[in-house]
Ligand binder design. Structure first.
Ligand SMILES: O=C(O)CCC(=O)C(=O)O
Ligand SMILES: [Fe+2]
Length: 201
């Protein structure tokens, strides 16, 4: 029996993936990163994000001075690589009723990277969940409310944990306050990789 935590409606399964499963996922993601190298998107305000990103799937998440959006091509001009099968299996296991994911956003947190509180709202169909897979160093994940401000709750996400941001929690504010350097040996060069699978259209 798996345990599930409920964090303001965000469902978290600690230890969802075994170490061999994490290794398989990581191998697929490292080949995506070779074909579509991570880059630091720039926000509307002209500031580069501390998290490096790339994507797999039909769409990739992108930001520059024009704002946040999904793009069909990596900045190199090439289409994004396909989402690895092992990653799709996780989506099917935790979101069996959902449509097929169209984007796997790959967030690479090297030392000092963080992600401020935000909502995932660049997708057209908000009835579809966002599935998040954590690999590598532990990260302090903060979840707030649907509205801005108010109280928040945090949990450490560890390598192999899976979270689903869906249903009534689909638009909750969330972010990564900090990552514990050296807490995992999974990622070559250290750090954390988070995958978020999304239906975009
Ligand atoms: O890194 C994480 O665990 C969260 C990532 C996230 O919220 C996002 O990519 O929108
Ligand atoms: Fe998010």
């Amino acid at each position: 029996m798996r345990t599930m935590l409920d964090l303001r409606g965000v469902r978290v399964w600690p230890g969802f993936l075994s170490r061999p499963e994490q290794d398989t996922l990581l191998a697929g993601i490292l080949s995506v990163m070779e074909a579509a190298p991570p880059f630091h998107p720039v926000t509307r305000w002209g500031k580069a994000m501390s998290v490096a990103m790339t994507s797999a799937g039909r769409f990739g998440w992108f930001s520059d001075r024009r704002g946040y959006r999904y793009e069909e091509r990596h900045p190199s001009g090439q289409s994004w690589p396909p989402i690895p099968d092992a990653v799709l299996r996780v989506w099917e296991a935790v979101a069996p009723d959902a449509r097929a994911p169209e984007c796997c956003l790959i967030n690479l947190y090297r030392s000092g990277a963080r992600m401020g509180l935000h909502q995932d709202r660049d997708e057209a169909d908000l009835s579809q969940p966002v599935v998040s897979i954590s690999l590598g160093d532990e990260a302090l994940f903060r979840v707030g409310a649907l509205e801005r401000g108010g109280s928040t709750e945090s949990v450490w996400l560890r390598s192999g944990d899976v979270a689903v941001i869906g249903g009534s929690a689909r638009l909750v504010h969330h972010g990564i306050d900090r990552v514990r350097d050296g807490s995992s040996d999974l990622i070559p060069g250290g750090g954390r990789i988070n995958l978020t699978l999304r239906v975009v259209t």
